[in-house]
Write a protein that binds this ligand. Structure first.
Ligand code: ACO
Length: 332
């Protein structure tokens, strides 16, 4: 459902950060391990390479440096934060939350911390969640992180999924602002399609056991074609919903920062919303699909590259497992 701005208060993004592992995994390297080709991966997905953690690295190892950078660029310190939300489908552990682990590293003693599970829509869901907390007035400085080490949940012998994903983290700091900020948001979910993309093992239904490992239940499973179709429609509808809620037109959008899953999904969303590809931010070629980290990594790079300037109308839009989808329309 699309929600326009509560006019009394403006909440903006005042700092951004990102962190990806240094190790690059190219399509050519994947050619040596599964029956695929650089040409197939590039033409079907737009992905050339992705980043993968070294063994032993966890999601918080990427989340913490991304968070430090976002907090610093907002001119704040860990102790200034009163809310930390980590969007992830690959937390360090079942519990405690990865957000509490980040809190410990940042010395953010005053922050309330929790994780949010919305798969690839995680960053957008977490930004909207923080927005509501800040609009409520009890919280003033929120740190939102999207972070994933999905490489640990990929079946590296399954060519239909292993070429798609990568590891990384993006972060932003949100506070009340005098001008601009978030103008409208939209989010939705559809649990009837839960089995289009899921990982069965490791939770209470199929706890880890020798049998669950033998049955390969701890790897991601996906119906790629169906997800593709629904993602295009879901993201395009969501962008249109926030524009309508804020009484703006597609031509007023300076930059659309979509979830980076597949260049063909991004192109189809552009076509459906009437946006030229020059307005779509794309970095899926270098990172693949980093799930909950994707929109925030893209936001960081869009800001760094000067693709979004002060006062620009920008939309973040995502779609993922659940199903989940959402958009944030903001004046940068
Ligand atoms: N290399 C070579 N061939 C492959 C590979 C590969 N890595 N993977 C699959 N194929 C084969 C298939 O086996 C199939 O062969 P067949 O026709 O003999 O059965 C053929 O390629 C075509 O497969 P399709 O599934 O029809 O290919 P499609 O064009 O739909 O692309 C893809 C597949 C890339 C997975 C696409 O459907 C997609 O991107 N879907 C979205 C999935 C996604 O992004 N999920 C992430 C989470 S949700 C989200 O982020 C939005």
């Amino acid at each position: 459902m699309a929600r326009p701005l509560a006019l009394s208060k403006r909440i903006g993004i005042v700092g951004v950060g990102m962190q990806v592992p240094s190790k690059v995994l190219t399509n050519q390297e994947l050619e040596r391990t599964v029956e695929t080709s650089d040409e197939w991966i590039r033409t079907r997905t737009g992905i050339r390479e992705r980043r993968i953690v070294e063994p032993g690295m966890a999601t918080s190892d990427l989340a913490v440096p991304a968070a430090r950078q976002a907090v610093k660029s907002a001119g704040l310190h860990g102790k200034d934060l009163d809310l930390i939300i980590v969007a992830t489908t690959s937390p360090d552990m079942m519990f405690p939350s990865t957000a509490c682990l980040v809190q410990r590293e940042l010395g953010a003693k005053s922050a309330v911390c929790f994780d949010l599970s919305a798969a690839c829509s995680g960053s957008v869901f977490a930004i909207i969640t923080a927005w509501h907390y800040l609009l409520g007035g009890q919280y003033k400085r929120a740190l939102v992180i999207g972070a994933e080490v999905l490489s640990n949940y990929i079946d590296w012998t399954d060519r239909s999924t292993c070429v798609l994903f990568g590891d990384g983290a993006g972060a932003c700091v949100m506070t009340p602002v005098a001008r601009g900020g978030i103008l409208a948001t939209d989010m939705g979910s559809d649990g009837t399609a839960a089995d289009l993309l899921y990982m069965p093992g490791g939770g209470s239904k199929y706890p880890p056991s020798h049998a669950s490992v033998d049955q390969r239940l701890h790897f991601l499973r996906m119906n790629g074609g169906e997800i593709f179709r629904l993602a295009v429609r879901g993201m395009a509808d969501s962008v249109q919903a926030v524009l309508k809620a804020a009484h703006r037109k597609p031509e007023q959008l300076e930059c659309c920062i979509p979830h980076q899953a597949n260049i063909r999904i991004i192109e189809a969303v552009a076509k459906r919303t009437g946006l030229p590809m020059e307005r779509m931010f794309v970095n899926v070629d270098r990172y693949g699909n980093t799930s909950a980290a994707s929109n925030l990594i893209a936001l960081y790079e869009a800001a760094q590259e000067g693709r979004i300037q002060h006062g620009d109308l920008v939309v973040l839009v995502a779609f993922g497992a659940g199903l989940t989808w959402g958009s944030v329309l903001l004046e940068w």
